[in-house]
Design a protein around this ligand. Structure first.
Ligand code: F6P
Length: 342
């Protein structure tokens, strides 16, 4: 069998662990061949490819990023995109392609599969917002980075009697925010699933400070929204997949909190630190299991499907199920976080 492999969309820790698992299993164990494409769908469009042997994936399980490079290229926005993808696959005599990606990459994969392209998906995104799976690769590492930041901000907040606003990633879903908020003991967590009322947030901080505390930690997801546009939002550009390039809501939120409460407030934006660096063991193991499962799927001809963690087991689901609807934070988890609010 000859397989293509790509990593698309925003990178995350654990991508190299999937690449390693696919190559070690397919090439090293089964005697198949694997061709890696550079920079996501762009490398397939432009036929920027190289053969991946076991030597190429040596010593990368712990490395962040992706040795293949990544981009948010959407083949459907390019002239003859789907045709060029098929031509590249035919030129390399590939039986099919494994696409490791998030919403944008796997939506394109789903559309290509509908056109008859042999493609299998592996879910990755620090946002954890793909459906039909428990956790995406990269999420646990990002939560670790965000939780450590909240821990570190606690001591300096306490020393200076400050409100610390920490902004984490999460475009449409607040998984990182709510997880780091719970793990780090945040006093308020603002997520896209529940538009926030700034007056209520300030009232909550005032009550907390009058009752006992002299400092507070507010975790805000970059995609959090104020109710009824009650607070101005930064102007966001839009990327190739039509997603807003977020980041910076805390730069508005922090000064507003300070102005309304009178509490000295500081802002920290974690940004891409959440996407960089070494994957935690959970992500390395998940990536390895999903990589091996993707090779098994390809071997069985399971095109148009995605390897996924579900109920702790590795299963496969239709690609379309992963992207049809976004997986958002459920009410039950929000209620748990609310127990510790204020
Ligand atoms: O989807 C993953 C993600 O990290 C989002 O949380 C974030 O909004 C986006 O990617 C940023 O992407 P980039 O800066 O690479 O365009």
């Amino acid at each position: 069998m000859r397989l293509g492999l790509l990593t698309g969309g925003g990178d995350c820790p654990g991508l190299n662990a999937v690449i390693r698992a696919v190559v070690r299993d397919a090439v090293g164990r089964r005697g198949d061949e694997v061709v890696g494409f550079a920079d996501g769908w762009l490398g397939v469009l432009d036929d920027d490819a190289r053969t991946l042997d076991t030597a190429a994936v040596r010593g990368i399980i712990h490395r962040g990023g992706t040795i293949l490079g990544s981009s948010g290229t959407n083949p459907f926005n390019h002239d003859r995109g789907p045709e060029r993808i098929e031509e590249t696959l035919a030129r390399h005599r590939l039986d099919g392609l494994i696409a490791i990606g998030g919403e944008g990459t796997l939506t394109a994969a789903t559309r290509l599969a509908d056109l008859g392209v042999h493609v299998i998906g592996v879910p990755k995104t620090i946002d954890n917002d793909l459906s039909a799976n428990d956790y995406t690769i990269g999420f646990h590492t990002a939560v670790g980075v965000a939780t450590e930041a909240v821990d570190r901000l606690h001591s300096t907040a306490e020393s200076h009697n400050r409100v610390m606003v920490v902004e984490v990633m999460g475009r449409h879903a607040g998984w990182i925010a709510i997880s780091a908020g719970i793990a780090g003991g945040a006093d308020a967590t603002l997520i896209p699933e529940r538009p926030f009322d700034l007056d209520e947030v300030c009232a909550l901080l005032r009550t907390r400070h009058m009752r006992s505390a002299s400092f507070s930690i507010v975790v805000v997801a970059e995609g959090a929204l104020p109710v009824d546009h009650s607070m101005p939002l930064p102007a966001y550009e839009v990327d190739e997949n039509g997603f807003p390039r977020l980041g910076g809501i805390s730069a508005v939120l922090g000064p507003q909190i300070q102005e309304r409460t009178g509490y000295d407030t500081r802002v920290t934006i974690l940004g891409h630190t959440q996407r960089g660096g070494s994957p935690v063991p959970f992500d390395r193991i998940l990536a390895t299991r999903l990589g091996v499962a993707a090779v098994a799927l390809a071997t069985a001809g399971g095109w148009g499907r995605m390897a996924a963690l579900s109920g702790g087991e590795i299963v496969d689901v239709p690609l379309a199920d992963a992207v049809a609807e976004r997986k958002v934070v459920p009410d039950s988890l929000i209620r748990t976080a609310e127990v510790f609010t204020g």
